[in-house]
Ligand binder design. Structure first.
Ligand code: MN
Ligand code: MN
Length: 466
C-alpha cells in the first residue's frame, strides 16, 4: 500500500521524458514513413540553397501558391511566395485576422557547410587538373577527403547569360574527389590535431588527368578541362569569376539501420527543418493568423548578406503585406510568434564526455526546443523567455506533439547559433525548435525519422494554433 502511494506521487511529480515510439500508433508510424519519403526527395533535389528554392517553388505549384508581386491585394486563404534572388524564399498563407494581430513565423536555413570554388580555381599540377576551394561554414576538413563529390551552381557568362551546372548527381555523371594521403606515408609528425593536419588550402578538387594537344605544350590537362567546359557550358576561364559553384558530398539520402528508423544524408542541417515548416504550412488548415515559412540563406556564415536572415528583404516582404492592410510593420512584429527552426546536437554515447546527458536532446525523443544557444555563458543567444517556452510547451502538449528540451553539450564545451536572435532583435517572440542530429556538420549527418515527423507536426500546429 505504501509502495503504491509512493509510485502515485512519483507519477504526479516527476518529469518523464521518454522514447517516442512508446506512444506511436501504427497509423501514425505509416504517416511518419510517408512523410520521410517526401523529405528524402527534397534532400535529393536540394543539394544547394538555390536548388532548395527551385524545388520549393516546384512543390508550391500544386498547392495554389502564386509569386508575390509588390502591392498585390490578398485575402484570407491566399497563398504567395517571395523568391529572394533564387537563394532564399518566404511562403505566406494569409490568415483571417489582420496583420496587426501578428503572424506565425517559422524560420529555417537551407545553406549547408560545403566547399565553394574560388574565383580563379582551375590549375594543373603534376599533369593533374584541380579546382581550388574555400570552405563555407564550420567543417572538419579531414572529413572531406577521399569521398566522392558533386558540383552544383551557376555561372554568369561574359555575355550575361546564366548557365546552371549540376554534375555528379546523375548515376551517369562523373564525380570529383579530394585525395587523402595514403596511410603508408603518414609520418609521426602528422599525428597532430586532426583538423590542423588538413590545411584549408589542400582542399583542391581533382577534376581530370587526360592531356590533349602536342607534348611540347604546357598545361595540357587544364586545357582539356576548359575545352570540355566550353563545349558543355560555353564557359571560358574568366567566367569562373562571376560564378557560384559549390562542391558537396555525392550520393542520395539513405535509410540507416536494420529497422530503417534513421536517415543519413548531406545537409540535414537545416533542410530537415526547412522541409518540416514547408510541409507544415502546406498542410495547415483554417489559419487565423497569417503563416510565413522562411528558407534563409547564409546562416552558416552568420546570417549576413542580402539573402541572409538579417537582410531587409524580410521587412520588404512582410512590410509590403502590411502596407496593403494599412498596418504598421512594427505592430505586426510586436504581436508575432516565431519558431526558429534549426537542428540541434543529439546526445551521442560514443562522445559522452562532451555532452550533458540530463539536458541534451536524444534521438527518438521528438522535436527539440532550445531555450538558448550561444557560447560560454549564453553569449550570442536570444534566450527565449519562460513565457515563450511555456506557450510552445502547452501548444505541443495540447496537440499530441512529442517534444523534448535541448542545449548544446557541456557549458564550456562549445555551442552554436541560429537565426533566432535575428528574429528576436526585431521585437518578435522567438524560440528555437528542431531535429536532433548525430554528427552535425559532417558531410553525411544522421537524424531519426520520428524526430523529423514530430518537427513537422510542431510546425503545422504553430501555424494552426499559435
Ligand atoms: Mn543550422
Ligand atoms: Mn549549422
Amino acid at each position: 500500500m505504501a509502495e503504491k502511494k509512493k509510485n502515485e506521487l512519483k507519477e504526479k511529480l516527476f518529469y518523464k521524458p521518454g522514447n517516442g515510439y512508446d506512444g506511436l500508433s501504427a497509423a501514425e508510424e505509416k504517416k511518419m514513413n510517408a512523410y520521410c519519403e517526401g523529405y528524402k526527395d527534397f534532400l535529393n533535389h536540394g543539394k544547394t540553397e538555390r536548388l532548395c528554392v527551385d524545388y520549393c517553388i516546384k512543390l508550391t505549384k500544386g498547392k495554389g501558391f502564386k509569386e508575390y508581386k509588390a502591392g498585390m491585394k490578398l485575402k484570407a486563404g491566399d497563398k504567395v511566395y517571395f523568391n529572394n534572388r533564387g537563394k532564399a524564399i518566404m511562403l505566406a498563407v494569409m490568415g483571417t485576422e489582420g496583420l496587426e494581430k501578428g503572424i506565425n513565423l517559422t524560420a529555417a536555413h537551407t545553406d549547408a557547410p560545403r566547399l565553394d570554388l574560388k574565383p580563379n580555381p582551375l590549375y594543373e599540377d603534376a599533369e593533374l587538373a584541380y579546382l581550388k576551394t574555400h570552405h563555407y561554414g564550420g567543417i572538419r576538413k579531414y572529413q572531406w577527403l577521399a569521398r566522392t563529390l558533386e558540383l552544383h551552381g551557376v555561372v554568369i557568362l561574359k555575355n550575361g547569360k546564366s548557365v546552371e551546372v549540376n554534375i555528379g548527381g546523375d548515376e551517369n555523371d562523373p564525380q570529383f574527389i579530394i585525395e587523402d594521403l595514403l596511410p603508408h606515408l603518414r609520418k609521426p609528425s602528422d599525428e597532430q590535431v586532426l583538423d590542423k593536419a588538413v590545411p584549408s588550402e589542400i582542399l583542391n578538387v581533382l577534376v581530370g588527368s587526360r592531356p590533349i594537344g602536342d607534348k611540347e605544350d604546357s598545361e595540357r590537362v587544364k586545357m582539356n578541362i576548359l575545352k570540355i567546359l566550353n563545349e558543355k557550358y560555353g564557359l571560358v576561364e574568366e567566367d569562373f569569376i562571376s560564378a557560384e559553384l559549390e562542391v558537396v558530398p555525392a550520393g542520395k539520402a539513405r535509410d540507416v539501420g536494420f529497422d530503417r528508423s534513421l536517415i543519413a544524408a548531406y545537409g540535414h542541417d537545416d533542410r530537415v527543418c526547412a522541409y518540416a515548416e514547408m510541409a507544415g504550412l502546406f498542410d495547415a488548415k483554417n489559419l487565423k493568423k497569417t503563416g510565413v515559412c522562411i528558407f534563409a540563406d547564409k546562416e552558416e556564415i552568420g546570417s549576413v548578406g542580402v539573402t541572409g536572415m538579417i537582410s531587409e528583404a524580410f521587412e520588404w516582404f512582410i512590410g509590403d503585406l502590411c502596407k496593403t492592410q494599412k498596418v504598421d510593420i512594427r505592430d505586426c512584429f510586436a504581436n508575432s510568434f516565431c519558431v526558429s527552426a534549426d537542428v540541434t546536437a543529439a546526445y551521442d554515447p560514443n562522445y559522452a564526455e562532451v555532452f550533458e546527458v540530463r539536458n541534451d536532446s536524444k534521438i527518438n525523443h521528438g522535436v527539440a526546443f532550445c531555450k538558448y544557444t550561444g557560447h560560454g555563458g549564453k553569449g550570442g543567444a536570444s534566450d527565449a523567455s519562460a513565457e515563450v517556452v511555456g506557450k510552445l510547451r502547452k501548444l505541443m502538449n495540447d496537440n499530441g506533439v512529442v517534444w523534448q528540451m535541448t542545449q548544446m553539450g557541456k557549458n564550456e564545451q562549445g555551442g552554436g547559433g541560429t537565426v533566432a536572435l535575428d528574429l528576436a532583435n526585431r521585437n518578435i517572440d522567438t524560440i528555437d525548435a528542431g531535429v536532433p542530429v548525430l554528427a552535425m556538420h559532417a558531410p553525411i549527418e544522421t537524424v531519426a525519422k520520428f524526430d523529423c515527423y514530430m518537427t513537422y507536426k510542431c510546425m503545422k500546429t504553430v501555424f494552426e494554433k499559435a
